[in-house]
Design a protein around this ligand. Sequence first.
Ligand code: HEM
Length: 413
Amino acid sequence: MSTQTTQSTKVHAHDIPLDQIDVSDPQPFQDGTIWPYFERLRREDPVHYCGQSAFGPYWSITKYKDIMQVDTNHAVFSSEGGITILDRPEEFRTPNFISMDPPKHDEQRKTVSPIVAPGNLAKLEHLIRSRACAILDALPVNETFDWVDRVSIELTTQMLATLFDFPLQDRRLLTYWSDAATAPIGPGGMFDTEEARLAELKNCLEYFTRLWNERVNAEPGSDLISMLAHSPATRNMGPKEFLGNLILLIVGGNDTTRNSISGGLLFLNQNPDQYQKLRGDPGLITNMVSEIIRYQTPLAHMRRTALADTEIGGKQIRKGAKVVMWYISGNRDDEVIDNPNKFMIDRPRARQHLSFGFGIHRCVGNRIAELQLKILWEEALKRYPTIEVVGEPERVYSSFVHGYKSLPVRIPA
Ligand code: HEM
């Protein structure tokens, strides 16, 4: 298998003038060649200003401790202006609680938090296991197939349909809307214009509005739509805010876990010693799951907007500036994580990564995501001691969602 860094990018990343480095460009993410750019920024200019990019000027925060400083200071670093580097024009914005500050953020977050209460997780565990078993049992042996489609998408989309109590037969719509919401506009993306994206997402709104209308006058259920429809904090949302929160929950619960499931199998194949260690001790699965989520970093960044003039790492940041926390880089910071470029399933303190963020926006679904990965690996290992990656993964064209479109694999007879 090829390594993650090609020689030509390495030369380029270390030769171009610092002020020309623009890590928001989706291309090196798709090519799997982004790593040396972040290595250089961490070493030479950890709080880096990029004056010109397709997304306008922005600051990059690339070291673990600086990222923590930004993520835990929501009084200065606001989510209100949006949480991706892309600024959508006002008419295409769909507000949701990940892009809100307190107090509204806190009230809406509280509405959906019961979905991850320990009692609910315990109930979900049984269901996830039965679904994981069915998906794994149906896999072909001695034949090449796409792991992303047959396993990663299937498991996470079935799970998401359950969380929404969404008709299971239509579950692939959730995958489609999730991709539609995050794809870049233009070449390499799914749509040519924001208008075309919004037109597609209106179908999502229409579908979910039907479900809302069925549930708003029924007894409160334990699914996400019912929670949103009955809570005083969310029941009077307008259509745009409803769509925004739906997209948040769909993308949150879908792409991220999907790409961790795909990445995990890829990393085990790239590191056969670790795959061997896992076969020898399946008790390492829980730790491995955290290591997979660190190593993949399924959301490469979260963005904030400075509410006041401030300082990070000795750099003066002006009020109104866009500040991008590159979790994908902080997770490879050797000042905090030993030997960070090594995938080690028995890494000490493996859960000490940035992939779920920190502070008031820390991922609501982190325990559900970990549970899905843990169960999938427990069941996969029982059935198939080896699943071989037999070709190059096709990566997503995005500097936000860090993941895979396809991963060809084969289960030996
Ligand atoms: C927030 C990552 C799975 C729902 C976030 C944030 C990150 C993240 C980075 C923002 C943190 C911040 O700004 O400090 C991930 C990763 C996952 C995952 C890497 C899987 C490996 C899930 C799942 C769900 C979910 C399964 C839903 C079932 C959410 C929601 C928020 C969020 C609703 C917004 C929280 C807030 O603003 O208060 N996630 N996520 N995520 N995630 Fe996840």
